[in-house]
Design a protein around this ligand. Structure first.
Ligand SMILES: Nc1nc2c(ncn2[C@@H]2O[C@H](COP(=O)(O)OP(=O)(O)OP(=O)(O)O)[C@@H](O)[C@H]2O)c(=O)[nH]1
Length: 297
């Protein structure tokens, strides 16, 4: 039977970063296929998952728990017709975990593949804001996890991390909770996480409350200097382009490319070594799409 590992978590929690850690830990002889579901119109994560030798399937511009359900079923069936040992699935940040149960009711899928584990990445830095404002998605992801991996702990005091752990435990009293600096997680620990923490029965509403988020995704050849990009992202924090919850992208800058990550009013800009194209993606509410587009085109 093919293992199907779900790496869930709210927008920008650190799912892709954690998948990279998994790929660096697993047995290289395993045939692994990755399915990326991005809510935004364009897929940026492929550019970030620069570990070679893995097949990546992308489903963008919607969520596989609703709009892309049919595409997801077809993709899964296509993958299961090949020789594969493990599928790692990164749902969009606003995926309703319990909806996956429906997909596994399909005999062609359930006879070949089983949900091996559900890891939910929880963003420590943005925890309070996200659990309050997006509690529907957030709590469903926490309640249904077999493992809760807390990210960005280094930005908080140990006492604050302990409080988050307590809140997580109150929502899910059986999941293993891992809340330490990711640089200190060993490959063996990751292997134990994925293969020794079986998924539990997923529950919750089987119909989502609606993904009322707006998106803007563009491919661009615009060249920006570091400071120009920084200014745009500062304006995002000020609310000049609406309420941006998540932004990410790659922008040409001189002879190189810059990668930016924007999550809950924090952003980073770094050099991107492998990028070859400019692409940006934003998710939020009341997006000022025209001005935001102008900034990047
Ligand atoms: N310092 C630190 N940064 C982290 C950690 N986890 C994630 N990040 C950063 O958080 C940002 C978002 O991480 P991603 O892995 O892209 O998050 P994601 O959940 O895949 O995002 P979406 O798929 O867009 O929802 C990136 O800048 C990461 O480098 C962590 O544990 N520590």
């Amino acid at each position: 039977m093919v293992k199907f590992d779900i790496i869930s978590g709210f927008l920008g929690a650190g799912k892709t970063t954690f998948i990279k850690k998994i790929l660096n830990s697993v047995n290289r002889h395993e045939k692994i296929v990755i399915i990326e579901n991005e809510f935004g119109e364009v897929s940026v994560d492929r550019e970030f998952l620069e570990i070679e030798g893995y097949e990546i399937y992308e489903l963008s511009n919607g969520c596989v728990c609703c709009k892309l359900k049919g595409d997801f079923l077809l993709t899964l069936k296509q993958i299961l017709n090949q020789k594969v040992d493990r599928i790692i699935f990164e749902p969009s940040g606003i995926f309703i975990l319990s909806e996956i149960t429906d997909l596994f009711k399909d005999f062609e899928i359930s006879s070949k593949c089983f949900i091996n584990t559900v890891i939910t990445v929880v963003d420590a830095e943005n925890f309070s804001e996200q659990i309050q404002s997006y509690s529907y998605f957030f709590k469903s992801q926490i309640i249904n996890a077999s493992t809760l991996v807390v990210s960005k702990t280094k930005f908080l005091k140990p006492k604050e991390v302990d409080l988050i752990k307590k809140e997580l435990r109150a929502l899910n009293n059986t999941a293993m909770i891992l809340a330490k600096d990711w640089a200190e997680i060993y490959p063996q620990e990751i292997l134990d996480l994925i293969d020794n923490n079986p998924a539990r029965t997923l529950y919750g509403d089987t119909h989502s409350s609606g993904h009322d988020f707006e998106t803007l995704g563009i491919r661009t050849s615009r060249v920006l200097e570091f400071n120009q990009l920084k200014k745009i992202l500062e304006k995002c924090i000020e609310g000049a382009y609406g309420n941006i919850i998540r932004g990410k992208g790659i922008i040409k800058s001189g002879d190189t490319f810059l990668e930016f990550q924007y999550v809950g009013e924090h952003f980073t800009i770094s050099e991107s070594k492998n990028a070859t194209v400019g692409v940006v993606s934003f998710i939020g509410n009341n997006l000022q799409k025209v001005t935001l587009k102008e900034a990047f085109l």
